[in-house]
Each structure stands twice: as C-alpha cells, then as structure tokens.
Design a protein. Structure first.
Length: 357
C-alpha cells in the first residue's frame, strides 16, 4: 500500500499558512509613502524659499513673529517627510521579512518532501513486512520536527515585526497620526533563520542535550593518525584515519552557532551540516540531511566507535569516544560535546552508522 504524504505535510503547511497573505497592499503603501515623503520635502524647501523672500526686509515684532512661524512650518514639513520616508522603509523591511519567512517555510516543506519520498520509495521496494510501519513512524517524527521548526520561523518573524512596529511608532512626529498595524496576517506571522533566524536544518536540530556541555575547542591539537585527543584531555582511537579526521574536524567547530540550513564552518551550521562538513575534511562525501546520512556500515550501539553517526529521523550527532558525542543541537545554541544518548525528543532512532567503513 502506497504511503500518502499529505497527512504528514499538513502540520508543516498549517504553520506556514500563517504567513500567507497578499503583500501587494503593503508594496503600494510603501510606494505611496515614498512619493509623499518626496513631495513633503519639496514643499518644505519651497516654503522656506518663499517665506524668506516674503519676509525680506520686514523688521519689527510682526516680522520676527512671521520668521519664527515660518521656520516652525518648514520644520513640520521636514519632520513629516522624514516620518513618511522611515515608515516606507519599515513597511519595506516588514514585507521582506514576511517574504523571507515564507521562503524558509517553503524550503522546509520541499526538504521534508525530498527526504520523505526517499523513505517511502525505500519502504516500497523493501521485502521486509515491517518496512512500511517503520517508514510511517519515521515520517511522523520528521513531520513533527519540521512543523515545530516552521512554527519557530513564524514566531521569530512575528517578534521581529513587532520590533519594527515599535520602532515605527517611536518615529511619529507630533503632527502625524499614530502608525497603525501593517495588517493582521503579516503582523501575526513569523521566521532563521535563519533563520534565521532562527531556523532549522534539513534533518537538523534536536532537543537540548542533558549533562554538562562542552562548548569550547580544546587548546591543544586533536591528535594525529587514528588517535584523537578529546577536550577533556582523554585520548581515544578511531577505527580508521578517516573517522579520526572527521572527529577532529567536528571538534574544531566547538562554539560555532547553530544556523538552520547552515553549511558554513566559519559562520554557522546545522546538525547535518556539521557531520557532512566534518567527513568532507576526511575526503568522504555524505548526503546533506540527517535522515539521508544513514550511509556506510550500520553498527550496534554497543560497538559504537569514534566517528560513528547517531541518527534520528530529524537529528544527527557524531560519537567522539569516552561516552561522548559532538553535535550542533538547535536554534539558539552552539556546537558542543555532551554525553552519548539514544533518545531525542521522541524521534525514532534510525541507528548508528559508520560512514568510514
């Protein structure tokens, strides 16, 4: 029986739908305000020129009073022009923010679909009678994780929109009316990422780890050959040099911010971005997302060795030895070393895999 992906996509779409809306009205408002700002600035310049000409050699109290009032009117026009320009800029920033969040949510859905179809295809071609049930369990976990990340994008955008609105209200001149909301759909929306804000890696980002996390690189080198020097000073041996290089590479990123969809080892990565990059330093190319990094040899958790990947439906970490693993955990955190675990926010554990085998 074919697996229908629609029920698994629904929670992700539901979160993303909160960003849906026509931004055409906002675009028009921005254009109108820019035009108004330009006209007000022109009126201010013209008013100042004509007032100066009219006052001429007019002396006495009435002349002085006229000069004061003329300056006040010119300043009011200039203030209104500045307000219109800043408001137009804020509307433009808000519109861009919503569009960017929409794009991030769509990327999440596209990424989920790609991984989900791979799992469905594998289940369909498997001779294991339990393959479909296992695939459905994995899909449910993936759906929940992606839906949460979509909701995080929405909430982050909502908070940023509120900041923009607060800033816009603060720039209202005394003679101008208070700024109203940008629209209920846009101002109630949210997205990191980048996600950034705060965002989510495809297959990345699990629950915060328990135990004392190490978030700084060790001060010495990480060893050579198959030997690895851990941050705590212990020395362990990897099953081969490729695995050792991958572990040393991952440890060199301790403290690096988690960035949804990130693959930049200097600016930020997500969980699967970290493991993919670490193994690329060893000359081994592995797939991009957590659910697809089930490559190489599958090993029993009791036989786990440094360099092995612990993979859940929506997260991946690398075992470094001495009962510890390194991971990029989730939005708002950094790459750190934590005790080895096999649970991750209720996600199905796909297993332990040795890419270097």
């Amino acid at each position: 029986m074919a697996i229908d992906l629609a029920p698994y996509e629904a929670p992700i779409k539901e979160a993303a739908d909160k960003l849906e809306g026509d931004t055409g009205a906002a675009d028009k408002a921005q254009a109108d305000l820019n035009s108004l700002s330009q006209k007000l600035a022109e009126y201010g310049t013209r008013h100042q020129t004509e007032a100066t000409s009219l006052q001429g050699n007019w002396v006495g109290d009435r002349g002085d009073m006229f000069g004061v009032k003329a300056k006040e009117h010119t300043q009011a026009l200039d203030d209104a022009a500045t307000w219109a320009s800043k408001t137009a800029q804020t509307i433009g920033d808000a519109t861009s923010l919503v569009k960017d969040a929409q794009q991030q949510c769509q990327s999440l859905l596209t990424e989920f679909d790609a991984d989900a179809r791979t799992l469905v295809s594998a289940a369909a071609s498997s001779t294991d009678p339990g393959a479909e049930m296992q695939a459905r369990a994995v899909l449910a976990g993936m759906s929940a994780k992606y839906a949460k990340e979509a909701a995080d994008i929405v909430n982050a955008a909502k908070a940023r929109l509120q900041d923009l609105m607060n800033g816009m209200n603060a720039t209202v001149p005394a003679s101008a009316p208070p700024a109203g909301p940008l629209g209920t759909r846009a101002s109630g929306s949210g997205g990191g990422g980048g996600g950034g804000g705060g965002g989510y890696s495809g297959g990345g980002g699990g629950a915060a780890s328990t135990g004392s996390a190490i978030t700084f690189p060790p001060s010495d080198q990480y060893g050579s050959g198959t030997q690895i020097k851990l941050p705590g000073g212990q020395t362990v041996n990897a099953p081969n040099e490729r695995a050792a290089i991958a572990v040393r590479a991952a440890l060199s990123r301790l403290g690096l911010p988690y960035v949804w969809g990130g693959t930049d080892p200097n600016k930020g990565m997500d969980c699967s971005g970290l493991t993919q990059w670490a193994y690329s330093q060893a000359g081994l190319k592995i797939p991009r997302t957590a659910a697809t990094q089930t490559v190489g040899q599958k090993v029993d958790i009791n036989d786990i060795q440094p360099g092995d990947l612990i993979i859940w439906s929506g997260h991946v970490a690398m075992y470094i030895g001495n009962g510890q693993m390194v991971e990029e955990p989730h939005t708002g955190s950094v790459c750190h070393v934590v005790p080895l675990r096999t649970s991750n926010a209720g996600e199905p554990l796909l297993g332990v895999f040795r890419p270097s085998a």
